[in-house]
Design a protein around this ligand. Sequence first.
Ligand SMILES: CC(C)(COP(=O)(O)OP(=O)(O)OC[C@H]1O[C@@H](n2cnc3c(N)ncnc32)[C@H](O)[C@@H]1OP(=O)(O)O)[C@@H](O)C(=O)NCCC(=O)NCCS
Length: 160
Amino acid sequence: MSAAPGRPRIQATVRTAQTLAERDGHFAVRQAVFVNDQRLFRESDRDEIDDDPGTIHLVADAGGLVVGAVRIYPLGATNRWQGDRLAVLPDYRASRVGVDLVQLAVRTAARHGGLVMEAHVQVANVPFFESLGWQVQGPTEIYVAALHQPMVCDLTGPGR
Ligand SMILES: CC(C)(COP(=O)(O)OP(=O)(O)OC[C@H]1O[C@@H](n2cnc3c(N)ncnc32)[C@H](O)[C@@H]1OP(=O)(O)O)[C@@H](O)C(=O)NCCC(=O)NCCS
């Protein structure tokens, strides 16, 4: 899925949201993709996890505009982390922004002592995650009203 012919690859920088504007941008991307486009949520995809101080909101910034988002958080007192709400605005896809966000999510959780990261992956995106070293774990399931595949990533691998 390379950038569309004739369209230059988007140059984006990924980082933890630091400012209120970046945090708002993170939520705006999720709103556009999961509420407006995919209609997985009726009004908002935000929940109590977003208010937990342990949750880390990541953004992809293209020239001052937040164009991608993912959030990560520890699962209780374990060394397991969860990643979810990965989204890139449609006009900014196929430029490896999604790859950069997943890799930052994995590195960040590893830096915080995580050993394993879990995700509920929309079935169409399983090959995308497999290409990044994630593994299928168990059967598919209904998660936020859509068919998802549980997947895991070993955070202790090389380069984490
Ligand atoms: C999934 C998503 C985040 C990918 O973001 P993206 O920025 O377009 O992906 P990238 O450009 O980083 O993809 C890089 C590579 O992954 C592959 N890829 C991307 N999406 C894929 C998919 N659904 N299936 C298979 N491969 C995929 C492409 O082969 C591409 O390879 P390339 O190097 O040949 O170009 C984006 O499509 C999106 O926001 N989708 C809607 C929301 C969503 O489904 N979120 C995930 C929920 S689990």
